[in-house]
Design a protein around this ligand. Structure first.
Ligand SMILES: Cc1ncc(C[n+]2csc(CCOP(=O)(O)OP(=O)(O)O)c2C)c(N)n1
Length: 549
C-alpha cells in the first residue's frame, strides 16, 4: 500500500462517496487509488472552482465535508474562490492538492507555488503531509475540524513523491468518536430567560447556525409558545417556516426594508447561530442601543454595534431546547402579541404585489412568485449572487431548513450552477432549482457538461438583463449612473441545447408557468432563460424611501 491508497482508505472511513476535481500529473496516485476504491468515485469537473462549489454546497446540505481535488500551482489557485467561499459561509469542505516532489520545493520550479501559505488565510486548518505515518491523523483531523462547529474549509497538500511512498498495512484509519459540545448551565439559561421576560418587544434573529444544526423544530415550538417573532438572515432562511404567522421573513439588504421596522421596534434581539460575516449589526443596531442576547457556538465578536448583555455559548440546539423548557415551565409568552403582525402583513402584501399578469414583462420577484407556486415545501432553491439574490432573499418565502441556499458570507458569484449538481446528487426526491444572473451563469457554465455527464436533473433559471445587475443597481443608487457593468450574451437556449440540455426562452407568463410545472420535478436538466426588466430594482428603492419618509 502507498500513501495515496492509505489516504483513500481514510476517506472511505470518513464516509466520503464522491471527490470532485480536475486531475493533474502530480496527483495521479490519488486518482489511481480512487479508481481502485469500490466506495469512492472521482467526478471530473471542468474547472476546479466548479469542484470546490459542488463540495461546498454538498457540505452545507449534508453537514458532511464535501471533498475536492486539484493539482499543484494553477489547479490550486483555481480552487481558491470556492474554498474561501466555503470557509466564510461555514461549509465543511476538505480540499486536497498535489505538489511537486519534496526534492524540488526549495528552488524555482515548474508550476511551483507555496500553496500551503496561499491557503492559510482562507481555511480553518491547512497542512502538507510530510511523513507517511501521519496520514490517519491528518485525515481524521481534517474531517473533524471541517465538520465541527463552526465548520469550514480544510486544505491538505500531498507531494508527488510522498503519495508514492510505501506504508505498512498495519497503519489504519482512526476511529471517529462522538463529540458532545458544551452546554450552558441552568443559571445561564435562567439569566437569559430573565432578560427575555423583562423585554417588551423581543425578536429572534436566526442565522446559518440554526440551519446547520437542524434546530428548526425546537425553535418553531419556542417561537410558538413564547409569541416572539423571528427574522432570519439570508443563510438562516427556513429556520422557522415563513408560513408561520410569527415569521417576518429575511433581513439582509443593504438598504432599509420593511422588516427593519421590527428590528427598530424591538427592545431585545436574541441572535441564534448568527454569523456576523453575513450581515453586519451596524445595519440593525446603528444606534448601538439594542439589548442583545447572543446564542452561538463561539463567543461574540467584539464589535461596536454588537455588545451582548449575555452570551450563551455552546451547543445551540441544547440552548434552544433548554430555553423552550424554561418557557414552557414558566408558561411564558410576551404580552404584546400584535406589534409585529402588521409588519408581516406588509411584507407578504409587498411580495404578492409582484405577481405577474399575463402581458407583463418578466421581473425577478414576479418569476419568484411563479416558482414558489409550482414548488413543493421542501424543494431546494440555490441562489447565485447578484440583484436576483437580493430578491430571492427578500421575496422567496422558505418553508424548511436548506430550502434556500444562499452564499452570503463570501457571496461569490458562480456558486449556483455547480451547487445544483451537489443538491441533485444527494436529494433524491426534492426538486432543485438553481437561479442565477447572466453574469454568474457565464462564470461556471462549463459545469453544464459535468451535470449532463453525471445524468443529474435540475432546473437552471438565468435571469438575463445583459448586465452585472447588482452593481448597476448600487451605482445608480449612489451616483445615478453606471460604469463597467453592461454585457452582451450568447444565445443561452442554443448554448444549453449544445450541451444536450432542454432549453427554453418563454415568451410570456403562461409559457413560463407551464415550463416550470412540467420541468421542476422532472429530474431532467432544464435551462430557462428569462429576459428580465430590472426597473423593479430602482422602484423598490423609491418605494422604500417613500415609506420611511
Ligand atoms: C466572483 C465575484 N466577482 C464579482 C463579484 C461582485 N458582484 C456581485 S454581484 C455582481 C453582478 C452579478 O451579475 P449577474 O450574475 O448578472 O446577476 P444580477 O446582478 O444581474 O442579478 C458582481 C459583479 C462577486 N460577488 N463575486
Amino acid at each position: 500500500m502507498n500513501v495515496a491508497e492509505l489516504i483513500i482508505q481514510c476517506l472511505e472511513n470518513e464516509g466520503v462517496k464522491q471527490i470532485f476535481g480536475v486531475p493533474g500529473e502530480e496527483n495521479e496516485d490519488i486518482l489511481f487509488a480512487i479508481a481502485d476504491s469500490d466506495k469512492i468515485e472521482f467526478i471530473p469537473t471542468r474547472h476546479e472552482q466548479g469542484a470546490a462549489f459542488i463540495a461546498n454546497v454538498w457540505g452545507r446540505l449534508t453537514g458532511q465535508a464535501g471533498v475536492c481535488l486539484a493539482t499543484l500551482g494553477p489547479g490550486a489557485t483555481n480552487l481558491i474562490t470556492g474554498i474561501a467561499d466555503a470557509n466564510l459561509d461555514k461549509a465543511p469542505v476538505v480540499a486536497i492538492t498535489g505538489q511537486g516532489d519534496l526534492s524540488r520545493l526549495h528552488h524555482e520550479s515548474h508550476q511551483l507555488l507555496d500553496v500551503v501559505n496561499m491557503f492559510e488565510p482562507i481555511t480553518k486548518w491547512n497542512t502538507a503531509i510530510k511523513a507517511k505515518e501521519v496520514v490517519p491523523e491528518v485525515i481524521r483531523k481534517a474531517f473533524k475540524l471541517a465538520e465541527m462547529e463552526k465548520p469550514g474549509a480544510i486544505h491538505i497538500e500531498l507531494s508527488e513523491d510522498m503519495a508514492k511512498k510505501k506504508v505498512s498495512k498495519k497503519i489504519n484509519p482512526l476511529a471517529k468518536g462522538i463529540v458532545h459540545l458544551p452546554m450552558p448551565d441552568k443559571d445561564s439559561i435562567n439569566a437569559v430567560y430573565d432578560l427575555i421576560k423583562a423585554a417588551k418587544k423581543p425578536i429572534i434573529l436566526a442565522g446559518n447556525g440554526v440551519i446547520r444544526n437542524r434546530v428548526s423544530s425546537d425553535l418553531t415550538t419556542l417561537v410558538q409558545k413564547s409569541n416572539i417573532p423571528i427574522v432570519s438572515t439570508f443563510m438562516g432562511k427556513g429556520s422557522v417556516s415563513d408560513k408561520h404567522p410569527q415569521s417576518l421573513l429575511s433581513i439582509g439588504l443593504g438598504f432599509k426594508d420593511y422588516v427593519m421596522e421590527a428590528m427598530e421596534k424591538a427592545d431585545l434581539v436574541i441572535t441564534i447561530g448568527y454569523d456576523i460575516a453575513e450581515y453586519s449589526p451596524e445595519n440593525w443596531n446603528a444606534k448601538k442601543g439594542k439589548k442583545i442576547i447572543h446564542i452561538d457556538f463561539d463567543s461574540a465578536e467584539v464589535y461596536n454595534n454588537y455588545i451582548p448583555q449575555v452570551e450563551l455559548i455552546g451547543d445551540i440546539s441544547f440552548c434552544v431546547k433548554a430555553l423552550l423548557e424554561k418557557i414552557e415551565t414558566e408558561n411564558f409568552s410576551i404580552k404584546d402579541k400584535d406589534w409585529y403582525a402588521p409588519i408581516r402583513k406588509r411584507i407578504l402584501a409587498d411580495i404578492k404585489s409582484y405577481d405577474l399578469k399575463s402581458k407583463d414583462k418578466f421581473t425577478v420577484p414576479g418569476v419568484l412568485n411563479l416558482v414558489r407556486e409550482v414548488t413543493n415545501e421542501d424543494d431546494i432553491v440555490i441562489s447565485d449572487v447578484g440583484a436576483h439574490k437580493m430578491w430571492i432573499a427578500r421575496n422567496y418565502p422558505t418553508y424548511c431548513s436548506n430550502g434556500c441556499i444562499i452564499s452570503n458570507g463570501m457571496a461569490s458569484m458562480g456558486i449556483a450552477l455547480p451547487g445544483g449538481i451537489a443538491a441533485s446528487l444527494m436529494e433524491g426526491k426534492r426538486g432543485v432549482i438553481s437561479m442565477m444572473g447572466d453574469g454568474g451563469f457565464m462564470m461556471n457554465l462549463q459545469e453544464l457538461e459535468t451535470a449532463t455527464r453525471l445524468g443529474v436533473g435540475y432546473t437552471i433559471i438565468i435571469f438575463n438583463d445583459n448586465d452585472y445587475g447588482l452593481i448597476s443597481w448600487k451605482q445608480e443608487r449612489s451616483a445615478d449612473r453606471t460604469a463597467g457593468t453592461h454585457l452582451t450574451n450568447p444565445d443561452f437556449v442554443k448554448l444549453g441545447e449544445s450541451f444536450g440540455i432542454d432549453s427554453f426562452r418563454p415568451k410570456n407568463v403562461k409559457a413560463l408557468k407551464e415550463i416550470l410545472q412540467q420541468r421542476v420535478h422532472g429530474k431532467k436538466m432544464t435551462l430557462i432563460e428569462v429576459p428580465i426588466d430590472p426597473s423593479v430594482n430602482q422602484e423598490l428603492i423609491e418605494k422604500l424611501k417613500n415609506y420611511w419618509k
